[in-house]
Design a protein around this ligand. Structure first.
Ligand code: GCB
Length: 728
C-alpha cells in the first residue's frame, strides 16, 4: 500500500533568515499558512523591484497518523528557489532549483515527536537559475508538499524526483501498432506491469505491443493509455502515456502522426494576479479552458518546469508542448551544474507526457552574455544530456533577435526558434518577415520556428491611429494581424508561440499604466478580460465554435466623423448593423473591416452565421484623455504625419539604410550618431560590434530610431529639415 497525504494545513511561516533552532522555537508565533504558498503573492506584482528576496521558513509538526507506515518520504513539488529540509533540527537535504519535484527519505529521522522545518530562499546568487529575467522570482512552497508512505519494498522515489516508471511507445503508422517499453525502478525482486489489459511479471522492464493502436492525435483525439506497475509488497504506481509520432521538416514544418500539423499557439507562465505562482488545480484547469477556447494547439511552457498537473492537462487536451529549464538571459560560469541538474529533473519527471515534443536548452541566453567557449560547452553538455536521456524527442533553443544567424550556438540544438519583437521594441513589423525569409533562404535545411513575439496592451488605452509604443489594445491587435499573416505565409515555421497568453508579473516593470506587469498577454493577469488580439487568434484557430467579435468595444468615445468598425470572426460572411439597420456585408477570412459615419451615439451589431456581438460607441468633440497612455509619443506622430513632406527629398521617414546609401545624407546621420555614441559609451560599442544589430537598424526608419533613442520633438524636426534639403 502507498499512502499519499497532502500537507496543506498546519504550517507556520517565518519571514526571517534565522538558524533552524530559532525557526523551530519561534514557529508558534509564525504566520499560519496553507500550501501552496508564496510570500510574493502581492509584493511580487506591484512594481518597483522591491519584492522580498531572501530566506524564509516553513515549520510544521507531523502527527503520529501522518508518519504511519514502514518508509516515509517527503515530496516537495516546488520550493522556489533553493530549499533545505530539516527534520528534528537535523539538516537532511538541500535542493537547488525552484521548479522541479524532489523527495527526501524521512524514515530514519523519525522520533516520538517530529518537527519538519524547511528553509526556502529566492535570494540572488551566481549559480542557481534563473537570476536575470523578465518575470518575478516568487519564493515559497508554491506547489503541493506530500508525505508518501510506502512498504519496505517500493518503487524508487529519490533519484531526480523520478516517478519510478518510464514508458517509451514506438509507433509503426503502417502497421497501426505501437511497441511500448515500460521500465521501472524499485528494490523488490520483481514487478508486475500492466498495459492495455495485458500483465507481465518481470524484473524491471517489459515490452508490450498494442495492435490497432489508438493514437494520441493532438487536440481532436488525445487518447491516453495507462501503464501500471505493482510490487508484491502492495506498492503500486501508474502513469498515463500516449502513442504518437512527430517530425519537423525544414520546408513543411511540423508533422503529427504522419500528417502536416502546423503548431500555432501561445506561451504561458505559471502565475495569476493576487496568487503569484501558488495556483490551485482549478486555476490550472481554468487556464487550459482558455487555451482551448483560443484554439491553440501548442504551448511553450516558459521559462521553467511547470506543475505536473499542467502537463497532465496538456496530455488530456492534445496540446503539443515545448518544455524548458530556466537557463535564461545571462550565462553564469558557476551555473553549469545547476543547468544540468534542472534538465535531468525536467526530463526524468516529464518523460511520460505525450504532449511534450521538445526540450528547450535555454532562452535568449546571449542577451547578456557573449557566445564564448564556456557557454557553448554548457549547451553541448545539455544537448548531449537530453539526447542520452531521451532519444525520442528533439532539443531546441529560443534565440534572442540579435544573435547572428551564423553563430555556432545555433548548430547545437536539433532545431531552433527565434524570439523577435520587431514592431514593438524596435524596428518595423515587416522586419520579421524579412528576417525569416533571409534565414530560410540561407539555411533551407534547418528547422526554424518563432518562439516569441508580442506587444504590450493595456485595455484601458485606445486609439484610431494606433502605433508602436502606445500600449493600446488597437496596436496590439494590428501587430498580431500582421504576425498572423506573416506566419500563415510561411508554413515552414515548425512552431509559433505568441508571447504571452496571459499578462504576468514582472516586478521590474513599470510601464503602460501598470506596475509590475508584462502586458503582452492576450488575456489580463486576472483572466477576466480577453483583449481584442485574443479574438483574432480565436478567429484564425478555433474552427469549432462559430463566433463573431466586435473590436474596440472599450473605445467608446470617439472624436471623429467616420470611424472603423473591425470584426474578427471564424465565419466567412459578416453583416454589420448600425442602429438596427444593415449597413454592409463583407465576405472574407478572420478580419472584416467597415467604415461608418459617426453622428451621435450608435448601437453596433455584427452578425455571422447566427452569432452576434454588440457594442455602443459615440461621437465626442474632444479626445477622451483617459484612452491615451503616452501623450508625448502620441503627439510626435501627430505632428510628424503632416503632409508637408517632400517625398522627392530625404526625411526621417526613410530608413537608416536608405539614408546611409546617399553620401551627403549618410554623412549627416553618421556624424549625428557618432556624437550620440560618444555620449553613450557602452551601448554604442555593443551596436558597433554587432553586425546583426547594424543590419537591423539599417531597416528601421530614422524616426523610429530617434524615438526609441528618446530624441525630443525639436531635434527630430531639425534633422528632418536638414534631410528635406537633400534630393533623393
Ligand atoms: C523575451 C523574454 C521574455 C520576456 C519578453 C518580453 O524575449 O524571453 O521572458 O518577457 O521578451 O516581453 O520582453
Amino acid at each position: 500500500m502507498r499512502n499519499v497525504t497532502a500537507l496543506k494545513e498546519g504550517w507556520r511561516f517565518l519571514k526571517a533568515d534565522i538558524p533552524v533552532e530559532t525557526a523551530v522555537q519561534n514557529a508558534p508565533q509564525g504566520e499560519a499558512v496553507t500550501l501552496p504558498h508564496t510570500w510574493n503573492a502581492l509584493d511580487g506584482q506591484d512594481g518597483g523591484n522591491d519584492y522580498h528576496r531572501g530566506t524564509c521558513w516553513y515549520v510544521r509538526e507531523l502527527s503520529k497518523e501522518e508518519i504511519a507506515g514502514e518508509c516515509l518520504f517527503l515530496e516537495i513539488n516546488g520550493a522556489a528557489m533553493t530549499a533545505e529540509v530539516y527534520c528534528n533540527g537535523k539538516k537532511i537535504a538541500r535542493h537547488e532549483g525552484g521548479y522541479s519535484t524532489f523527495r527526501v527519505d524521512l524514515t530514519k529521522e523519525l522520533a516520538e515527536k517530529n518537527i519538519l522545518a524547511i528553509s526556502v530562499s529566492n535570494e540572488d546568487n551566481d549559480s542557481v537559475y534563473p537570476q536575470k529575467a523578465d518575470f518575478t522570482f516568487y519564493g515559497g512552497l508554491y506547489r503541493a508538499v506530500n508525505l508518501i508512505s510506502v512498504p519496505a519494498e517500493h518503487f524508487e522515489l529519490l533519484k531526480d524526483g523520478t516517478p519510478g516508471i518510464k514508458v517509451t511507445p514506438v509507433v509503426d503508422l503502417e502497421k497501426k501498432s505501437a511497441t511500448v517499453t515500460v521500465e521501472t525502478w524499485h528494490n523488490a525482486p520483481s514487478v508486475e506491469i500492466t498495459v492495455n489489459g495485458e500483465t507481465k511479471t518481470v524484473e524491471r522492464c517489459a515490452e508490450f505491443v498494442i495492435e490497432n493502436v489508438h493514437l494520441w492525435d493532438g487536440t481532436d483525439d488525445p487518447h491516453l493509455y495507462t501503464a501500471t506497475a505493482r510490487l508484491a509488497s502492495g506498492d503500486e504506481i501508474s502513469t498515463r502515456f500516449g502513442c504518437r509520432v512527430f517530425a519537423c521538416d525544414p520546408e513543411k514544418g511540423f508533422f503529427l502522426n504522419g500528417r502536416s500539423y502546423p503548431l500555432r499557439g501561445v506561451s504561458r507562465h505559471q502565475d495569476l494576479k493576487g496568487k503569484g505562482n501558488a495556483l490551485s488545480y482549478e486555476d490550472h484547469a481554468a487556464d487550459m479552458a482558455i487555451i482551448r477556447e483560443l484554439g491553440a494547439n501548442t504551448l511553450r511552457l516558459a521559462h521553467y518546469q511547470h506543475a505536473q498537473e499542467f502537463y497532465d492537462l496538456c496530455d488530456e487536451n492534445g496540446i503539443v508542448v515545448w518544455a524548458e529549464i530556466p537557463y535564461i538571459t545571462m550565462h553564469m560560469p558557476n551555473g553549469r551544474q545547476n543547468t544540468l541538474s534542472q534538465m535531468r529533473e525536467l526530463i526524468t519527471q516529464c518523460y511520460n507526457h505525450p504532449s511534450i515534443v521538445v526540450w528547450g536548452l535555454s532562452n535568449e541566453i546571449t542577451a547578456a552574455s557573449a557566445v564564448n567557449e564556456d557557454l557553448l560547452e554548457n549547451h553541448r553538455l545539455l544537448n548531449d544530456l537530453c539526447h542520452q536521456m531521451d532519444p525520442t524527442r528533439l532539443t531546441t533553443m529560443a534565440d534572442v533577435f540579435m544573435l547572428e544567424i551564423d553563430s555556432p550556438i545555433l548548430e547545437i540544438p536539433d532545431i531552433n526558434s527565434y524570439n523577435l519583437y520587431f514592431g514593438w521594441y524596435l524596428g518595423e513589423l515587416e522586419q520579421t518577415d524579412e528576417f525569416f525569409d533571409e534565414y530560410h533562404a540561407r539555411y533551407p535545411d534547418r528547422v526554424i520556428g518563432f518562439s516569441e513575439y508580442g506587444a504590450d496592451a493595456n485595455p484601458a488605452f485606445h486609439s484610431s491611429r494606433p502605433e508602436k509604443g502606445d500600449y493600446t489594445e488597437e496596436y496590439q491587435a494590428l501587430y498580431h494581424e500582421h504576425m498572423l499573416r506573416m506566419i500563415e505565409a510561411r508554413p515552414y515555421l515548425w512552431a509559433t508561440h505568441v508571447w504571452n497568453l496571459f499578462d504576468f508579473a514582472a516586478d521590474g516593470r513599470d510601464e503602460g499604466g501598470k506596475h509590475g506587469e508584462n502586458q503582452k498577454g492576450l488575456v489580463t493577469f486576472d483572466r477576466t478580460l480577453r483583449k481584442d488580439a485574443f479574438y483574432l487568434y480565436k478567429a484564425a484557430w478555433n474552427r469549432k465554435e462559430p463566433f463573431v467579435h466586435l473590436c474596440s468595444k472599450r473605445y467608446k468615445n470617439r472624436c471623429e466623423a467616420e470611424t472603423e468598425i473591425k470584426v474578427y470572426s471564424n465565419q466567412t460572411e459578416v453583416n454589420l448593423y448600425v442602429d438596427d439597420t444593415l449597413i454592409g456585408t463583407q465576405t472574407g477570412k478572420t478580419v472584416f473591416r467597415f467604415r461608418i459615419p459617426l453622428l451621435g451615439e450608435h448601437l453596433i451589431r455584427a452578425e455571422a452565421d447566427g452569432c452576434s456581438d454588440v457594442m455602443c460607441i459615440r461621437r465626442v468633440s474632444e479626445p477622451d484623455e483617459s484612452y491615451i497612455f503616452n501623450k508625448a509619443a502620441a503627439s510626435v506622430t501627430n505632428w510628424f504625419d503632416a503632409d508637408d513632406i517632400d517625398p522627392t527629398c530625404f526625411s526621417v521617414s526613410d530608413t537608416l539604410g536608405e539614408i546611409r546609401a546617399n553620401p551627403q545624407a549618410g554623412a549627416i546621420v553618421n556624424a549625428m550618431m557618432a556624437k550620440g555614441a560618444s555620449e553613450r559609451g557602452d551601448v554604442a560599442d555593443a551596436v558597433k560590434d554587432n553586425p546583426a544589430l547594424q543590419r537591423m537598424m539599417g531597416r528601421m526608419t530614422m524616426l523610429s530610431l530617434l524615438k526609441q533613442g528618446g530624441a525630443d520633438e525639436e531635434s527630430i524636426k531639425q534633422l528632418n529639415r536638414i534631410l528635406q534639403g537633400i534630393k533623393k
